[in-house]
Design a protein around this ligand. Sequence first.
Ligand SMILES: [Zn+2]
Ligand SMILES: [Zn+2]
Length: 501
Amino acid sequence: MKIEFYGAAGCVTGSSHLLKIKDKKILLDCGLYQGKDEKERGNDTFNFNPKDIDYVILSHAHIDHSGRIPLLYKQGFKGNIICTEGTKELCSIMLEDSGHIQEMEIEWLNRKRMRMGQPLIEPLYTAKIAQLSSYLFQGYPYNQWIEIFDGFKVRFRDAGHLLGSSIVEMIITEDEKETKLVFSGDLGNKGIPILNDPTFIDDADYLIMETTYGNKLHENISNNLKELVNIIKSTFKKGGNVVIPSFAVGRTQEVLYALNKYIESDILKNIKVFVDSPLASETTTIYNKFTKYYDKEATTLVESGDNPLEFDGLTFTKSPEESLKINKIKSGAIIISASGMCEAGRIKHHLKHNLWRKESSIVFVGYQAEGTLGRAILNGVKKVKIFGEEIAVNATIYNLQGLSGHADREGLITWLDSFKNKPKAVLLVHGEEESQNSFKELLDNKGYNSFIMKSGDTFIPGSEVKERSEVKEKIMALLDSLKDIDKMDKDLLLAKIKESI
Ligand SMILES: [Zn+2]
Ligand SMILES: [Zn+2]
């Protein structure tokens, strides 16, 4: 057995690790690079031949874990995608939406290219391709062993990070020897609304573990929720709106659940809440369908006849016309819109209409990757460019990271310490450098054998070492040097490749 690390290795987005067992190739996640990672690494080519992949095991539906599945399909993958029922359902809407975004972005770019006399380019994949790839998904319940092929079985455990999110347990039998590999996926934040806390796992020989917040402690969730109420009240008093950039899938439903509580207990009165994201509306319908995944508190509410994702004053806007109408509201509205990192979607319109107003507030409730518009606003820039227009940042900016869907440093270590036996090696992924170094130091001090996995690294269980092949080093260096070359400039590209050989 061998594990090769490609995406979310040395960074947060683009999760993908290639597991080689006997003659089979299994991809753990197939995520899209976003923000800085996308600019540096690009999404259009894989480090392997998609036709050679036999299965994809998908930890959860977030685009940074699933977003390149349609491209994998487009480039020849025809195997099965194994995941939970919830992940399958969420992916059926999320990947199509991602396809729409790709098409729209390329259409916009092509209009510009046409004016400049440049050749047109193709989207990464279309909504149609995404739809077709959804037939490859096979959804399973939690806690059930699934035999994928002779010598390889998997079981999904609730990761408490997103509806249907999972920690993947894998048992590999080679030469009559069993090895247990666990992939943490993204681990949930203890106490977040609706979902259960991450499941504790008994044992693993080897563990691939996320480290998004390996160096940070979140604020207390209930304090953050109280702060949200105060922000809403004070913003409305000033005569502004509260804009919440939020992942359409997961975070939006958690925020709605919290607002439902405050509105039904009269802590917040007479407010208008707009969920301005068609994807968020569809996702809410899926959340309503999968109440079996809910935690105790949410289940009690459902059993008492209350739908915790519905309340007076809540509007899900569908058409662009309805969305435009929100721009006319100057005060008293909570606008929840996607994308969560402000890179695309309707949120950009709401930021354009509210960022420059000192009466309004922008509340971040999720992770902002390096290089995204969200991160720039959070970092305190005074001006941003939205749709080519310069917008001043005068609104008050809040960062409620306690509402994060990810476990913090303490959550991560508590989860790891709960293993009854220490894994032989902990392979760290899905984290920025600072976070990974800090978390590795903690693991070293606690006596764990851990490795930070970078893109291109290989780990061979049994030998307990990570390898970095020279060929890979060369290819990575070559790709690096090609970064600035225009995609269509083939002669220059060929010359560079020849030069490097
Ligand atoms: Zn995630
Ligand atoms: Zn992730």
